[in-house]
Design a protein around this ligand. Structure first.
Ligand SMILES: NC(=O)c1ccc[n+]([C@@H]2O[C@H](COP(=O)([O-])OP(=O)(O)OC[C@H]3O[C@@H](n4cnc5c(N)ncnc54)[C@H](OP(=O)(O)O)[C@@H]3O)[C@@H](O)[C@H]2O)c1
Length: 401
């Protein structure tokens, strides 16, 4: 596509879909128009002309005039069918659905290449931060050592309320829900899944590895408590939920999501509330840090608008690292320096520690342990840890008790 008019078929008119309409209107983006909007519930009142609406995906997929499908629905399975079918029919796809992308990226890329269309998803990772295209384009040739960040605004908002105002987890979560920063079911955000999907997308561009969601450890903040916040505060540090992709040897990567203790010298220390931050460490340029709004109607709408502009200029992701580093694999043997707090009835043998350097019983009856554990062992125990109410976070390599 080169400077062609964009005739858009939009799927979804929730926070993101409506955000795109507003951003398109306010930005005066020319040479683009919404031709049809497909939603689910025929009884919902909508602030758009009736003739734009349809409840049948076929009205968009089968319209030969529509050359771009923007997918912003909440159902990842239906979103996959829409994205695949759109590309099969020669339409470009712009999507915000990280869960769908993380689960189906290889197949989607096959369809993209077979149909010679674009598949763009800046809005799916870290909202308004221009990170996907930056990594794909700007860092397409320079080797990237690591990428990490605060990719989930909901959990960061909760952690900010806990550390800045001393709220407990439940109160902070309720406040996040009341302020529109957390969904009614916050599991995907607080358990680290959402951050994991975004990590998979970014690592596909930064390191050329398309990991499967099941392959990655993810631990969240559901069981964080006052004792953990106190531990961080007493040391002048903060707890952040950090997805990380680190090159551990020339062809091996450690990829995981877990809370981490960060000091005032970390760029993540100052990222509060619903903001996101991304740190990239590249071979020649060194550390780069990006910070911005991670979610919401306008930040996400801004990323969709940017994709539409790029699409009009004929842009496609190059995935250069994928071609360069095709033989890179995941490294589960990496040893992590960890802090673990578990119910007092459990003990150190409940987790396969390589070494325990400190163990204590706390006033609230829980047990705290510091030590080392391999990424793979932690991954194997992670679902049980969630069930048992165990909180774990990574300590900096240089950490001294
Ligand atoms: N919210 C954010 O800040 C944000 C940021 C980045 C990415 N995302 C991603 O963007 C997507 C949408 O999020 P959202 O917050 O906008 O969700 P939302 O407010 O719940 O809206 C979802 C929309 O999808 C429509 N829908 C659901 N299933 C459908 C189907 N089978 N066919 C047609 N329409 C269908 C709904 O239709 P009805 O209106 O008829 O119910 C609704 O308009 C998700 O993948 C999310 O992960 C969200």
């Amino acid at each position: 596509m080169h400077n062609q008019r964009l005739n858009i078929g939009l799927f979804g008119l929730g926070v993101v879909g409506k955000g795109l309409l507003d951003v398109l209107h306010e930005s005066g983006f020319s040479d683009a128009g919404i031709r049809r909007i497909c939603v689910k519930d025929p009884l919902k009142p909508r602030a758009v002309p009736r003739e734009l609406l349809t409840y049948d995906a076929g009205d968009i997929l089968g319209d030969p005039e529509i050359n771009v499908v923007v997918e912003t629905i909440s159902d990842p399975d239906a979103a996959f069918e829409i994205a695949r079918e759109s590309m099969r029919r020669g339409k470009h796809v712009v999507t915000a659905n990280k869960k769908m992308l993380a689960a189906h990226l290889p197949e989607l890329l096959e369809w993209r290449d077979r149909s010679d269309v674009s598949l763009l998803y800046e809005s799916a990772a870290c909202g308004s931060i221009p990170i996907v295209r930056t990594i794909d384009e700007h860092f397409g040739s320079e080797p990237v050592e690591g990428i990490s960040g605060i990719f989930n605004g909901t959990s960061n908002y909760i952690l900010s309320r806990m550390s800045l105002e001393g709220l407990d987890f439940e109160t902070a979560l309720r406040q996040a829900q009341a302020s529109g920063f957390a969904e009614e079911d916050p599991s995907s955000d607080i358990d680290g899944l959402d951050a994991k999907y975004k990590l998979i997308l970014l690592a596909a561009h930064s390191h050329g590895v398309v990991a499967k969601p099941d392959e990655l450890l993810y631990l969240g903040i559901r069981h964080i408590g006052k004792a953990d916040m106190d531990f961080a505060r007493e040391r002048g540090m903060k707890i952040k939920l950090l997805p990380q992709c680190i090159r551990s040897s020339p062809h091996r990567l450690a990829m995981y999501v877990m809370p981490a203790l960060v000091g005032a010298d970390s760029p993540f220390y100052q990222v509060e509330d619903e903001y996101n931050g991304v740190q990239l460490q590249a071979n020649f340029s060194g550390h780069q840090f990006f910070r911005g709004r991670g979610a919401g109607a306008f930040p996400t709408g801004s990323a969709l608008l940017s994709d539409l502009g790029a699409l009009q200029g004929g842009y496609r992701y190059a995935y250069r690292k994928h071609r360069l580093n095709g033989h890179t694999s995941l490294d589960a043997s990496r040893l992590l320096n960890v802090y673990v707090r578990m119910p007092g009835r459990l003990h150190s043998a409940s987790l396969p520690f390589e070494q325990v350097t400190h163990e204590s019983l706390l006033e609230d009856g829980s047990r705290r342990m510091l030590g080392t554990i391999s990424l793979g062992a932690l991954h194997r125990q992670s679902r049980q840890m969630l069930r048992e109410g165990i909180f774990a976070m990574q300590l900096p390599d240089s950490f001294e008790k």
